[in-house]
Ligand binder design. Structure first.
Ligand code: HEC
Length: 195
């Protein structure tokens, strides 16, 4: 996630342009967190740190048709770029790699006037009509899936939808537990010997 977008959103949360509406439960939860940063100067610092974190991918959970998504995404690509990488000059953030449930939630918020309704929120008010232009609610599912495919390509996977495979998660968990158990056994053995 790019630092410029994180900064923009943190400022919006602090100013109440985002996360101040009662029907935006997640936003209302986030706003006090943004306000808890002691000074304005902390915003670029934390944004830079978040940008430095390596991307974490999660398997899609909502389903949908990536082919239909690709067609529907034509409208979005003007601002968010054909590869979903975003475009700072129009303040459109990266979409590739976002969790499908998050994309869906935000599109719903833009459609329902829960996000992008505050007249001070320039970028949100540019985005809201785009979400409303989708004729059917189901479309957003397809758009999300296309994003996942685009994201996979971007991170250099041979198989675009590889990330849908939850078994890689499982392998990670198994290796993690083996390493942790071995480490715990060593610590216990050392403790017994020292005694
Ligand atoms: C006219 C330019 C424009 C077009 C076209 C556009 N967007 Fe956006 N979009 C934006 C901007 C600007 C933002 C940042 C809003 C903000 O700062 O709150 C945004 C934000 C978003 C977000 C929120 C991302 C996040 O991290 O919270 C989603 C999701 C999104 N757009 C999806 C889409 C989809 C899907 C389409 C196509 C149907 C689309 N956009 C078309 C300009 C655009």
């Amino acid at each position: 996630m790019k630092a410029w977008y994180i900064e923009t959103e943190l400022r919006k949360f602090r100013a109440g342009e985002r996360g101040a509406q009662f029907d935006d439960i997640e936003g209302m939860r986030m706003r006090p967190m943004a306000l808890s940063l002691p000074t304005e100067g902390d915003i670029p610092v934390i944004a830079k740190y978040v940008e430095s974190l390596p991307p974490v991918r999660h398997a899609p959970i909502l389903g949908g048709d990536a082919k239909i998504g690709k067609r529907r995404y034509a409208l979005c690509s003007g601002c968010h770029n054909p590869d979903g990488g975003g475009n700072e000059s129009v303040k459109a953030p990266r979409l590739a790699g976002l969790d499908d449930w998050y994309l869906a939630t935000e599109l719903k918020k833009f459609r329902g006037g829960v996000r992008g309704a505050d007249p001070r929120d320039e970028e949100g008010t540019a985005m809201a009509p785009m979400a409303k232009s989708r004729e059917r609610e189901g479309d957003s599912r397809h758009i999300r899936l296309h994003q996942h495919a685009a994201a996979s390509c971007q991170f250099g996977d041979a198989e675009p939808m590889n990330h849908a495979d939850p078994s890689s998660d499982q392998t990670f968990k198994t290796v993690f537990w083996i390493v942790m158990t071995t480490a715990a056994a060593f610590v216990a053995a050392a403790w017994i010997m020292i005694r």
